[in-house]
Design a protein around this ligand. Structure first.
Ligand code: SF4
Length: 685
């Protein structure tokens, strides 16, 4: 129930869901949340909120919220004191490290946690445990983007700002159902089109934005590279490239031209299963009607060639000079509120805070933290699971991430987690990971119950604020890290008394945010780089040069089809993704009224396919892959291509990741959630 008008207090904060980072005014009375309103003057959300963000608080009061630490003893959860829980974790960590070495332990940071908390989590892994086995959920979403953009441009983050949406003449959006997954950005794109901008949609499904575009390229899943290569071919053939920009800012032009000459639209059209003419027209529009701004989502990254798909897209921006100016660039839409923050804070095996290299910058961080740091290579999350499945990883500490429910091919994760000697889960609820496998559960404060900062998709650091007290026996993530460090005899490295104190240490460690003080981001936030306290923040990256030098690198990317192919036995391609009413694993939205609007996941099937299988909307179907079986209700949906199907992954009763496949991105191991070959069977009544 929303009870506006009777609130005693309004506190400005940030939505806890997606990476748009809309600002919210939270209304409270008697230290209880009464409602959420948009912040009218927010530069991000401009006075709007979507159906997720507007009702995003009831999970805070869910009956099944865990409000005390627990240890599983003889198979049963038992309430324990914080002292007992943390002493147990510390003793176990010490014993496992002594017996098997520090690299037998893995720690996962959280997109739900603040920058300050993720900074401490990775510092704990390295300085207390002595391992680089530290990760976050970017590994399963936009790590390919970060890798591709940092290799080609020098920074793995959005080049422009949401305010550029209104400045672009052409917007190209690929692999992102923005009106559902990033609704406020989706709405701004729709508005820009109504105001005259051109829109190109590249997506296997007829998503809502496809209604607003002249060119919808409804390609076969996983064929983005042939398409982008063919678009580059057209741009070069028709002389639509930006010769001046290429001369001054781009490396590898001659080799690229030679490579791309083989990627004719005719060849790509066959692979992508779209018309050749559409490729010609789309390329002309993107190149000629500039500035052109690219957005992309997980439809681009969650493939075996996810990193290379983003690289092929960056090629287009570079050869047309759509880089370093307003209304242009490459702009990943990040899934979770602070997924970018978790990665940039250093919850990655290969990098410290500020994307500093573990290989090159170890000495600098040893001086900054006044301790020795490990020089062994850390494991990624998929590698941790593989290593645990083999019995070599012995312990994991997972913060705010339902790994078992969300990783693909869940039988593999099950095997891995069953092998662990210790699994600590730190969350608000008993997630599927916690229910099935954890030994220790540490309950945490929500984003309404703590101070700190989140980083949104456009590199903006924004403050969240404590407006209600956490339940008595619940702590913030950063407090738990500090107290566990003390139990591990490293109190001197973790003697923080506030989130602001931690942020001020981050400013010293990562100069790109030195100019961002809590005081300066009381309202609106600031975009990094912001190197000094008079700097206004950076709306557009790469205006004059790139962090890697004056010139960015073009890449010649060939197409290698995934090993996950359809067959007579598994004739459909299953694509998984999100929908409007639920957020990711549903841990929060299934504890709000959104559950009433959408009570479950569905399998979306084209009506012609459903008719052939004699299926009706609403009936339950059995979906089988080589990896498992799931049961979902059928939704007739002519937005999916025939021979393909789509399912969301938010409902724990459905558990779609029992059937998703094991293949991963070639560079960074992001799972190939977007292609699993499946069979759909009617269930006999
Ligand atoms: Fe929250 Fe994203 Fe919706 Fe904004 S668009 S209100 S950040 S879920």
């Amino acid at each position: 129930v929303i009870q506006f008008g009777i609130a005693e207090k309004t506190t400005r904060s940030v939505c806890a869901y997606c990476g748009v980072g809309c600002e919210i005014n939270v209304e409270t009375k008697n230290e209880k949340i009464m409602g959420i309103r948009p912040v009218m003057e927010s530069p991000v959300s401009k006075g709007h909120l979507c159906v997720k963000g507007r009702y995003a608080w009831n999970y805070n009061y869910a009956e099944d919220r865990i409000k005390h630490p627990m240890i599983r003893k003889n198979g049963e959860w038992q309430k324990v004191s914080w002292d007992e829980a943390l002493a147990f974790c510390a003793e176990k960590f010490k014993a496992i490290s002594a017996q098997h070495g520090p690299d037998s332990i893995g720690i996962i940071g959280s997109a739900r946690a603040t920058n300050e908390e993720n900074y401490l989590i990775q510092k704990f892994a390295r300085a207390v445990i002595g391992t680089n086995n530290v990760e976050n959920c970017a590994r399963v979403c936009h790590q390919p983007t970060a890798k591709a953009m940092s290799m080609m441009l020098g920074t793995g983050a959005a080049t422009n700002s949401f305010d550029d949406i209104e400045k672009a003449k052409t917007i190209l959006i690929s692999g992102s159902n923005a009106t559902k997954n990033h609704p406020i950005v989706g709405a701004r794109i729709k508005q820009a089109v109504l105001n005259g901008a051109n829109l190109i949609v590249i997506d296997p499904r007829k998503i809502e934005l496809a209604k607003y575009t002249k060119y919808h390229l409804q390609l076969k899943p996983g064929t983005n590279i042939p398409l982008f290569n063919a678009m580059a071919n057209v741009i070069i053939t028709e002389g639509l490239f930006d010769a001046k920009f290429i001369d001054n800012r781009v490396e590898g032009w001659e080799a690229f031209k030679k490579f791309i000459s083989a990627w004719t639209p005719e060849r790509a059209a066959r692979i992508c299963q779209i018309s050749e003419e559409l490729i010609w027209e789309t390329a002309r529009l993107y190149a000629a009607e500039s500035p052109s701004m690219c957005f992309h989502g997980l439809g681009l990254t969650e493939h075996t060639q996810g990193t290379e798909s983003v690289m092929a897209l960056v090629n287009l921006a570079l050869i047309t000079g759509n880089m370093g100016k307003s209304g242009s660039g490459i702009n990943p839409l990040r899934g979770q509120n602070n997924v970018q923050g978790a990665a940039v804070m250093g919850c990655e095996p290969g990098s410290y805070t500020g994307l500093a290299s573990v290989k090159k910058d170890r000495e600098r961080f040893e001086k900054l933290w006044n301790t020795n740091l490990p020089n062994t290579k850390g494991l990624t999350l998929p590698e941790m699971i593989d290593t645990a499945a083999l019995g070599h990883l012995k312990a994991m500490w997972i913060v705010g991430f339902d790994v078992y429910f969300t990783m693909p091919d869940s039988s593999h994760t099950e095997k891995a987690f069953s092998n662990l000697d210790l699994l600590i889960v730190q969350d608000m609820f008993l997630t599927e990971t916690a229910k099935r496998f954890a030994n220790v559960f540490l309950p945490v404060a929500s984003s309404f119950e703590k101070e700190g900062t989140f980083m949104n998709s456009e590199r903006r650091i924004q403050r969240i604020r404590k407006m209600i007290p956490a339940p008595e026996e619940v702590k913030t993530d950063w407090e738990i890290v500090c107290e566990l460090a003390e139990k591990m005899d490293k109190k001197e490295l973790f003697s923080y008394t506030s989130a602001e104190e931690i942020w001020n240490e981050i400013r010293q460690v990562w100069k790109a945010v030195f100019g961002i003080t809590y005081q300066r981001i009381q309202n609106n936030g600031l975009q990094w780089p912001c190197p000094d306290e008079n700097h206004p923040g950076t709306e557009i990256l790469h205006e004059k040069s790139f962090p890697i030098g004056d010139k960015a690198n073009l890449s010649s990317i060939d197409f290698v089809p995934t090993l996950e192919q359809t067959s007579e036995l598994y004739p459909f391609i299953l694509v998984t993704g999100r929908e409007l009413y639920h957020f990711n694993s549903g841990t929060m939205t299934y504890r709000t009224a959104n559950k009433e609007i959408q009570p479950s996941d569905f399998i979306h099937i084209h009506p012609d396919d459903a008719t052939l299988m004699k299926m009706k909307g609403g009936e339950k179907a059995k979906i089988l892959s080589k990896y498992g079986t799931a049961f979902l209700k059928v939704k007739m949906d002519d937005s999916v291509r025939k021979g393909e199907c789509f399912a969301t992954f938010s409902n724990t009763e459905v558990f779609i990741n029992k059937i998703t496949g094991p293949f991963r991105d070639n560079y960074v191991q992001t799972p190939e959630y977007k292609i699993t070959s499946v069979r759909i069977e009617k269930i006999k009544q």
